[in-house]
Design a protein around this ligand. Structure first.
Ligand code: M6R
Length: 603
């Protein structure tokens, strides 16, 4: 986890570093810190808590330096204190380091360094890095050689950036954690993710595992760990800085919920043959999936719910498929062979659990594919193939628009795989008209919703339950995840028919039940809702206006008429809004819920 930033260039680096950290705060916000150097050594300022704490502490101070690094932390080793905040220094203050990842052999390295007289002042795994660099410099090595040797000894994952007193350079390396370089006329950036420096430059190069970068005001030298020169393509990203700003919305989450019609139009653009109704997906050659016997989808959190949605559609299209939690994917996973396609669904492309499952699938001989939002992310590099969901940057920790775009890409993929295999029932014609209508229908949900009133009506309840069947089941799970994640209230999602097998014992007048109707055996979902209503639970029905559930329900969140393939996605937008308004009433920090981070880069 964590976000790192570095800048070398003309003028004071502080503004660029703080802007970068603000744009990276979605990766963690337990503490923040910066280090700059101005010719008379390295100056470090760091604080536990949000970036705003650090900014306040800098008010009235003239901190200056043309070279600087910064960090925003999501704690893994040691609590979120000032001492554990990055940057960390070595035995002297001549080396400063920021790090994202986990040094698995830090205890062993600490022991070895202690034998050389090193003392440690934090609980972090990171602190060994500046000590190692300092040790090798003290032994007579040049800085670059010392840095290279130090990172070569790290086991685990890292994106690391180091500065050494009186050198106008940043030394950086990556292994398993993301790192991207941004090039502008006046200097060079280095960061965990592109939005960190997007308002300064859109010219970027993604570093790869094993890369070492030395960044000077005049440019970058890229090598591998052994010092051999490597080249990484410079590309222009087509994200607009406006896209990463909140605009007129109070929160990124609300903005991103409202971006869904546009995001989905981009997701589908050019990927469907409007005449035949077939998913084209030009990323793949015709017949590319002909030899696929079964599909396993691996993912975490919201992406797992999209994967579940996708696996149901694959099964509908005649393809044997299962969604599996990436963090459970291991020795007991279903077998894979050369006829197995493993699809890693990950918004960030950097989720450690998903990447590790992807590597396992590759090692077991499966063909792999990732469905992701981030160009150049690690998942895109380790999977055999990739499909971008094109949802645009998502800053709110709670995933919203990317769930919809993931589900739609998986629907297209289900159709395409079934066609390549020659299956009888590809989703095409139904899907294409449903997808065509989806952006407009989402706009209707967004403009006419009673979500705010429903959030107010059930404010203060003891628990919130979400039920659905078929394609409504992943939506129920997602509705509950979103609710608990941003409100901190207890919420659970169930397959509607499971209520009577246990959860019904929890149902009281203080447990509103949100029932998702997708048009698939709605009578059975309604029966489950009625069982809860009989025990006093208020029912909120997500269904079209003329649906018979409205007669039973206490409240109604209207969704437009749609086939099951997209009805769940429309209901999900309604549930996103309910969660948003409920969290707002409770004055929660909606975009940055406690204990969470946007991208979970630790297992
Ligand atoms: O980047 P990923 O899609 O791999 O992230 C997976 C989960 O961490 C993520 O979906 C998480 O559950 C969401 N923040 C929930 O809103």
């Amino acid at each position: 986890m964590c976000g790192i930033i570095g800048h070398v260039g003309e003028g004071n680096a502080i503004d660029a570093l703080l802007t970068g950290l603000e744009n990276l705060e979605y990766r963690g916000y337990d503490s923040a810190g910066v280090a700059v150097q101005n010719g008379s050594g390295i100056e470090i300022r760091k604080r536990s808590g949000r970036l705003s704490e650090l900014k306040t502490s800098l008010l009235g101070e003239q901190l200056e330096g043309e070279v600087g690094i910064g960090h925003t932390r999501w704690s893994t080793h040691g609590p979120p204190t000032d001492e554990n905040a990055h940057p960390h220094t070595g035995a002297t203050d001549d080396v400063a380091v920021v790090h994202n990842g986990i040094v698995e052999n830090y205890a062993e390295l600490r022991e070895r360094l202690r034998e050389h007289g090193h003392e440690f002042t934090s609980d972090t795994d990171t602190e060994v890095i500046p000590h190692l660099i300092g040790q090798y410099v003290a032994e007579g090595m040049a800085t670059e050689a010392a840095f290279r040797r130090a990172v070569g000894e790290l086991e685990g994952s890292y994106a690391v950036a180091a500065m050494v007193s009186d050198e106008r350079a940043i030394y950086a390396a990556r292994q398993g954690s993301p790192l991207v370089v941004g090039v502008e006329d006046e200097g060079v950036f280095l960061a965990s993710d592109v939005p960190a420096f997007l308002e300064y430059t859109d010219t970027v190069a993604y570093l790869e595992d094993g890369d070492v970068a030395v960044i000077h005001p005049g440019g970058i030298e890229l090598t591998d760990l052994a010092g051999r020169s490597v080249t990484r393509e410079l590309r222009t990203v087509d994200w607009d800085p406006e896209q990463t700003a909140k605009g007129t919305y109070d929160h990124f989450m609300l903005k991103e919920i409202h971006e869904q019609p546009t995001a989905l139009a981009q997701t589908v653009e050019g990927r469907v043959d409007r005449r035949s109704g077939a998913a084209t997906l030009a990323e793949f050659e015709p017949g590319d999936f002909a030899g696929i016997d079964r599909v396993q989808l691996i993912a975490c959190g919201t992406s797992y719910h999209a994967a579940l949605y996708g696996s149901l559609l694959l099964n509908d299209a005649g393809v044997d498929s299962r969604a599996l939690l990436a963090n459970e994917y291991g020795d007991r996973s279903p077998p894979v062979d050369e006829g197995t396609l493993v699809i890693a669904v990950t918004q960030s492309g950097e989720t450690a659990d998903t990447l590790s499952a992807l590597r396992r699938a590759t090692a077991a001989g499966a063909r792999t594919l990732t469905v992701t939002n981030v160009v150049g992310s690690t998942a895109t590099r380790i999977a055999d193939d990739r499909i971008l969901i094109r949802a645009g940057p998502e800053i709110g920790v709670a995933a919203t628009k990317t769930f919809s775009s993931q589900a739609v890409v998986l629907a297209l993929l289900a159709d395409r795989i079934a066609r390549d295999r020659g299956d009888d029932s590809p989703l095409g014609p139904t899907l294409v008209s449903a997808l065509k209508a989806l952006p407009r229908q989402i706009e209707r949900v967004l403009s006419s919703t009673d979500a705010g009133a429903i959030a107010r009506r059930y404010h203060g309840s003891r628990s919130y339950f979400f039920i659905g069947r078929g394609l409504g089941y992943p939506v129920a799970l997602e509705g509950a995840l979103k609710f608990k994640e941003i409100t901190y209230e207890h919420a659970e999602g169930f397959a509607a028919g499971e209520l009577k097998h246990g959860p019904l014992a929890l149902v009281t007048p203080e447990t509103p039940v949100f029932a998702v109707f997708t048009g698939e055996e709605d009578a059975r979902t309604l029966k489950s809702a009625e069982e809860a209503a009989t025990r006093g639970a208020p029912i909120v029905a997500l269904c079209p206006a003329d649906h018979r559930a409205t007669a039973v329900a206490d409240a109604h969140l209207e969704i437009p008429d749609a086939p099951p393939e997209t009805a769940g996605l429309l209901a999900n937008v309604g549930l996103q809004l309910v969660s948003y308004h409920a969290a707002d009433l409770l004055e929660r920090p909606i975009d940055k819920p406690r204990n969470l981070a946007k991208s979970v880069t630790v297992e």
